[in-house]
Design a binder for this molecule. Structure first.
Ligand code: SAM
Length: 587
């Protein structure tokens, strides 16, 4: 968004000046409570130009996790605070009040302190400007600076990201050509690759193709540097339990014939532009960027590998709605809070980890006492593609750090195919550490399953032959339940992956009471082939709520195209909340 300039005769300013005059004239002794309405209206009006919403009495944390409540925060579409505001009485000593607020840890990144006479702007911890409010020109300049905070950095970052996005396809293609050459004439690489491929066959997918493994290397190379540099996680490739393994293969690729720098070749200037521009930005902006790298990579380069519509990051509004729904169901049906002992949650198709991040924020806000244990013991997530897996670990671990001020790996995250976990057989999962994580997950009494599973046949990875991928246990369970009890002659629709996820989730609850909340293709609600699945869901759960988000083009050709669908796809989508509450959740 381009910077904005607020003129002294801006209509919102004019309104503000007349409002404070009116309020002053009407009262013998104006108080902060009375006067601040006018300032709030000013920020609300100007904020709209930047798509910012003013939240009154914004609850956040100051020093030592102390709860503080600035009079207002301007938040963006992602609900992230962009700026704060604190009002004081004109009879208070504004400077003493500011010192007081500083001492309890008020956020000083971008905040206005004002008492209707004077306004003081702090940015990046320092006083950036102060002025009498009656000096219209100066006050307008202060507001301009406030609303354009970090705009320059954000703009150049956005430009660099835009250009990176446009080039992703070419970048990935160049990397692929180099890997192809190494397959031909780099014996050390060939050896490492074969070993790694065998490992992938054993632990990820027996049908995995060479292309899919090449793809992993490309995803690694393309994400690893960004993570390391933009997100300042210098040791990512050593500490991440999967990245370390893939580094070994890549080292072989780079050692004999090319240097790593050569390998990344012409990409350096892109990375550099992004790294330079990112320096000044906060984590949430970078997070938006890394999420878009994920989407663009799959949409731009891997169209036929990951069905374009499967690998999308779930809109925040849907994530938030579903997490809130689960939280409410836990309280109303089981008398439990999110994070409580006895509540064990998994997102089985985590993508970039948005559900987990949202759940962490909620648990931290409302169940601080249990938060640490929740993060370390009772929260899990699975992902089968490398790039989103890396991003999920980064997002989740960073969220934990932001909330607690401490760094701790998210050991609930597994690089694994969730549907494989229905098998009893002992398996290894790529690395020892990842295998340990999977084993811990398998032993956990999971009773809440939430997420956005893939919902088209073959959505995971065409190259892996996933269209035909057999999941012995789950496929058999579908045959003996959903298919057996269906009157339809053509039952092909039951091989849709989202159906497998429903079967898996229901079986994963076992006999326990619990909750499954998925956003998915909603053909199962009314289409013929799903009569058996409906019957079983009704038996397996006591209550099922479905929020139809519509968007089925076949049912309504008037909405043809993809703009009427939350995921930009042509099949109907909906959120389902299924609750089994035979008894209360056991501790
Ligand atoms: C629709 S996306 C979920 C997006 C996620 N909620 C987010 O906001 O980033 C589905 C994700 O599930 C992953 N996935 C697909 N099949 C899987 C499986 N069998 N096991 C684990 N993950 C799987 C895909 O790679 C993809 O990242």
């Amino acid at each position: 968004m381009p910077p904005i300039t607020i003129q002294p005769n801006d209509r919102h300013l004019t309104k503000y000046y007349s409002a404070i005059k009116e309020l002053r004239d009407a009262q013998v002794k104006p108080t902060e409570g009375n006067m601040r309405r006018a300032f709030g209206a000013l920020l609300t009006g100007l904020g709209r130009r930047r798509k910012l919403t003013l939240i009154d009495e914004y609850a956040t944390q100051g020093k030592g996790r102390r709860h503080i409540r600035p009079d207002g925060a301007l938040v963006d579409e992602w609900k992230r605070p962009f700026a704060f505001w604190e009002a004081k009485d004109s009879s208070d000593n504004l400077y003493a009040e500011i010192e007081n607020k500083k001492s309890v840890g008020y956020p000083l990144d971008n905040i206005i302190f004002e008492d209707t006479v004077t306004a003081v702007l702090y940015q990046d911890g320092l006083e950036a400007r102060r002025t009498y409010i009656r000096e219209k020109k100066n006050f307008a300049a202060l507001l301009t600076q406030y609303f354009n905070y970090k705009e320059q950095a954000r703009q150049s970052f956005n430009e660099a990201v835009q250009s990176y996005g446009e080039q992703i396809r070419d970048i990935a293609t160049q990397l692929k050509a180099k890997i192809d050459a190494a397959h031909q004439d780099n014996p050390e690489f060939q050896r490492q690759f074969d070993e790694f491929m065998e490992l992938c066959r054993r632990s990820l997918n027996p049908n995995i193709s060479m292309e899919a493994v090449d793809e992993m290397l490309i995803q690694h190379l393309m994400t690893e540097r960004i993570i390391r540099r933009v997100f300042d996680v210098a040791h990512f490739t050593q500490t991440n339990v999967i990245a370390a393994k893939i580094e070994e293969v890549i080292r072989a690729l780079t050692s004999a014939y090319f240097s790593r720098a050569d390998f990344m070749g012409g990409l350096r200037h892109f990375h550099q532009a992004i790294e330079d521009a990112a320096e000044d930005l906060d984590f949430s902006d970078k997070q938006t960027f890394i999420n878009s790298v994920y989407e663009r990579f799959f949409q731009g380069y891997s169209v036929d590998i990951a069905d374009t519509h499967g690998i999308v990051y779930t809109p925040q509004e849907i994530v938030d709605f579903m997490c809130a729904a689960v939280e409410e169901a836990l309280e109303s049906e089981f008398g439990k809070k999110l994070g409580d002992e006895g509540v064990v949650i998994i997102d089985p198709a985590t993508g970039t980890g948005n559900f987990v991040v949202n759940l962490l924020r909620r648990a931290h806000e409302r169940n601080l006492r249990e938060f640490e244990d929740f993060y370390k013991k009772r929260l899990f997530a699975n992902e089968v593609m490398l790039m989103p897996y890396y991003i999920a670990s980064l997002n989740i671990e960073r969220e934990y750090y932001e909330l607690t001020g401490r760094a701790a790996p998210f050991e609930g995250l597994c690089f694994v195919d969730t549907l494989d976990l229905a098998r009893e057989r002992q398996m290894t999962f790529l690395t020892e550490a990842n295998t340990e994580r999977v084993e811990r997950q398998k032993k956990a009494d999971i009773n809440v399953i939430i997420g956005n599973p893939p919902y088209n046949v073959g959505q995971v990875n065409e190259n892996d032959n996933n269209k035909n991928r057999k999941y012995d246990v789950i496929d058999q369970r579908i045959r003996e339940t959903y298919a057996k009890d269906s009157k339809a002659t053509n039952k092909n629709a039951l091989s849709d992956v989202y159906v497998k996820f429903w079967r898996w989730a229901t079986d994963r609850l076992g006999d326990r009471p619990g909750i499954v909340c998925f956003v998915s293709n909603n053909s199962f609600v009314d289409q013929y082939a799903f009569d058996g699945m409906r019957k079983h869901l009704m038996q397996d759960f006591d209550q099922i709520y479905h929020l139809d988000l519509h968007g089925n083009v076949r049912q309504n050709p008037k909405i043809s195209g993809t703009t009427h669908n939350v995921f930009g796809i042509q099949v109907g989508v909906g959120v389902t909340l299924a609750i089994r509450n035979l008894t209360t959740l056991n501790d």
